[in-house]
Design a protein around this ligand. Structure first.
Ligand SMILES: *Cc1c(COP(=O)(O)O)cnc(C)c1O
Length: 375
């Protein structure tokens, strides 16, 4: 751990200021929609939400007639336990995508403020900013011989001059596969304190040999972490993501969120998916995926036509080819669909290959090896 952090965590360290100061001024006292569920009333006969008094015949368990709890305590507690935070520090929503969108809308003034991204990176940060009318400032990652380099000093300098209100970092990165150093994230958050939130998207952290930055939030209140059940937990269709942040910021984001964001069947499923045995099964699958990834990494490196395979701590590999188009087409002809990244700046020879079962990965290798020496 760096000396900077050691100083900061010493007994006399003052807490950083509330991140509420970074929220749009016009939203700081925004109450949001007062849903039928938000009033803490106690009754026997509920006639306040215009729900039907009769069940839908498809609703066999009789659970779906009522509007759902906006943030079911059981789900919040299970997610907080999973990610190592307090329930008040967590907001569940429809995937991390909703978390990204909420953050942009709550923090950036449309037409005025900017978000900062480090390309190549996950596309939704820029999509949300664009939809909201916010500028996107790019401080590109540098593709060095030893891996992708995130220029934290350049990020801090850009925040200071460009009205950047949110820095989006992805760790491990999509599509780079590499985690960012935790000390550097902490130092950046300290440098941009009072100016910007530092949002760290940990969608792939389960696959990494790296520690979450959730534990930094208590000291550094402008750090926000995104998590999702879409990848390691294999529940992409349930649409469940989490924003983890300072409790005051979470309370504000909650008031900006849709009134009933979480469908009851998805909540029920997620609670079951976070039971002790289910979490153990998930951990075993993640270990398998990591092993498969490392095997595929070694095999790809030996193939001619492969320019670079980046070391990955996620559930995919980023690969540069001499002829990416040809490889993409050959894989497709064999029924294997990979992500074509060639439209992205500096990735015009690159494909992203998600880690599959051993059989699926063998199919990838078969196709690539069969092209060896072909014209
Ligand atoms: C897949 C992915 C997500 C997940 O988004 P959801 O909306 O939760 O499905 C988030 N961030 C990154 C970087 C991803 O690649």
């Amino acid at each position: 751990m760096s000396t900077v952090i050691a100083t900061r965590t010493s007994a006399a360290a003052p807490l950083s200021p509330s991140p509420l100061a970074l929220v749009r001024e016009d939203l700081r006292d925004f109450a949001g929609y007062r849903s039928a569920r938000s009033d803490k009333l106690d009754g026997r006969i509920w006639l306040n939400a215009n729900e039907s008094a009769w069940l839908n015949p498809a609703d066999r368990d009789g659970d779906l007639r009522r509007y759902p709890d906006p943030q079911p305590p059981r789900l919040r507690a299970a997610l907080a336990d999973l990610y190592g935070c307090a329930p008040e520090q967590l907001l569940a929503g429809r995937g991390s995508d909703e978390g990204i969108d909420l953050l942009v809308r709550a923090v950036c003034r449309p037409g005025a403020d900017a978000v900062l991204v480090t390309s190549p990176t996950f596309g939704m940060y820029a999509v949300s900013a664009r939809l909201h009318g916010s500028r996107v400032v790019d401080v590109p990652l540098r593709d060095e011989a030893w891996g992708w380099y995130c220029d934290f000093a350049a990020i801090a300098a850009t925040v200071a001059t460009q009205d950047v209100k949110i820095v989006f970092l992805c760790s491990p990165g999509n599509p780079t596969g590499e985690p960012l150093p935790r000390e550097a994230i902490a130092a950046l958050a300290r440098q941009v304190e009072g100016r910007a939130l530092v949002v760290v998207d940990e969608a792939y952290l389960d696959y990494a040999d790296a520690e979450s930055v959730v534990g930094l939030i208590a000291q550094q209140r402008n750090i926000v972490v995104l998590h999702t059940l879409s990848k390691a937990h294999a529940l992409a269709a349930a649409r469940l993501g989490s924003v983890i942040a300072d409790a005051e910021l979470i309370a504000l984001l909650r008031r900006c969120q849709a009134p009933y964001p979480l469908p009851a069947p998805c909540v029920e499923l997620a609670v079951q998916a976070l039971s002790v045995p289910a979490r153990a099964a998930t951990a075993a699958h993640v270990a398998d995926a990591c092993q498969q990834r490392d095997t595929l990494y070694r095999r790809l490196q030996g193939l001619s036509g492969v320019r670079t395979v980046y070391p990955s701590q996620a559930n995919f590999l980023l690969v540069r080819f001499d002829d990416a188009q040809c490889v993409f087409d050959r894989l497709l002809a064999a029924g294997v669909v990979v992500r074509d990244l060639r439209a992205a700046a500096r990735l015009d020879d690159a494909l992203r290959i998600s880690i599959g079962t051993p059989e699926q990965n063998a199919a990838v290798i078969d196709v690539l090896a069969s092209g060896q020496g072909a014209a």
